[in-house]
Design a protein around this ligand. Structure first.
Ligand code: NAP
Length: 294
């Protein structure tokens, strides 16, 4: 039987509406709209498209967008000074520096200027530490109504994956979960969120010996590799939930890390590319901005 398609677009639209409602209620109560600062360096076409989508989504949700564009040859001190200024600015609740940065820029030095409370990408060591130490679970990561400041902010893409699983009724507690990829942006925080939700988690990477056999154990398989259609249908445990984070531009268009057609035949549930995890990333960015504005 073909797998159920998990509709990330619809789940993301519902989350964006929840964000818009929270923002509208706060403005009705006389409180300012949250503000998200975006910093874009250079003329990478994909980065311009991503930041443009994020700013449009902010506008639609009633979040103020504060945008800065810098040339690709901007100096490290100039970029660091801008981010430090945004961090001090009380009108700015969240800061997003679009990655990748040009080779001459030290990414860590730039991120070091962002306080944990404004780190809507969840990339600072403080936020990563809270997540790794189990202080942020699924509920905390998605709680838009809390009045208290959040304990920590979680990277948008893995938080979006958890929201898809949660909204689709996938049982995470006690499940065998396999995450392929160990990046700071996706794989590692994904593994922490799954552990915090009581899954038994295996993290795979380029040195994993028998990747196919490990994937075959997964009740929940998350692919975040960046290799087009690497995960084949015979790597999927029958009935498993398959989450494809991959976004690979090929001559045939955008494809994921999973061979969708083959995997759909074995999986119980699967996210498509596009229309799966991608839309969740932007929705979670809005949610994180609301959380950061507490
Ligand atoms: P990344 O930083 O390049 O990390 C890729 C990970 O995959 C690394 O841990 C790497 O292992 C592992 N890997 C590479 N080749 C492998 C192989 N043959 N077998 C097993 N593991 C392998 O990428 P990322 O930033 O995590 O992104 C992963 C994918 O998600 C990309 O396609 C990216 O475009 C996509 N993405 C999508 C969204 C979204 O919104 N949907 C957001 C972010 C990223 P090592 O650590 O050993 O090198």
């Amino acid at each position: 039987m073909a797998a159920e398609i998990l509709d990330g677009k619809a789940i993301a639209a519902a989350l964006r509406q929840r964000v818009a409602d929270v923002v509208a209620r706060r403005r009705d109560g006389g409180r300012p709209a949250p503000g998200l600062a975006t910093v874009l360096v250079g003329d990478d076409a994909a980065s311009h498209v991503y930041v443009g989508r994020k700013r449009k989504a902010c506008e639609e949700a009633g979040i103020r967008s504060i945008h800065h564009e810098l040339p690709g040859d901007v100096s490290q001190p100039e970029l660091v000074a801008l981010v430090a200024e945004l961090d001090r600015d009380p009108e700015v609740d969240g800061i997003l520096v679009q990655m990748p940065l040009p080779d001459h820029i030290d990414q860590d030095a730039v991120l070091a200027e962002i306080s944990a409370g404004k780190d809507v990408d969840g990339l600072t060591p403080v936020n990563a530490g809270h997540l790794a130490q189990g202080r942020i679970g699924v509920r905390e990561a998605l709680d838009l109504e809390a009045e208290a400041p959040p304990v920590g902010l979680v990277p948008c893409t893995p938080a979006g994956v958890i929201e898809i699983l949660d909204r689709s009724g996938v049982e995470i507690g006690g499940a065998e979960a396999v995450v392929v990829g160990r990046s700071i942006l996706v794989g590692r925080p994904m593994a922490s969120l799954l552990v915090n939700a009581n899954a038994t988690v295996t993290v795979c990477h380029s040195r994993t010996r028998d990747l196919a056999a490990t994937c075959r154990r997964a009740d929940v398989l998350v692919a975040a590799v960046g290799r087009p259609e690497m995960i084949g249908g015979d790597w999927i445990k029958p009935g498993a939930t398959v989450i494809d984070v991959g976004m690979n531009r090929t001559e045939e268009g955008l494809v994921g890390d999973v061979d969708f057609a083959a995997a759909s035949a074995a999986a119980g549930r699967i996210t498509p590319v596009p229309g799966g995890v991608g839309p969740m990333t932007i929705a979670m960015l809005l949610a994180n901005t609301v959380r950061a504005s507490r």
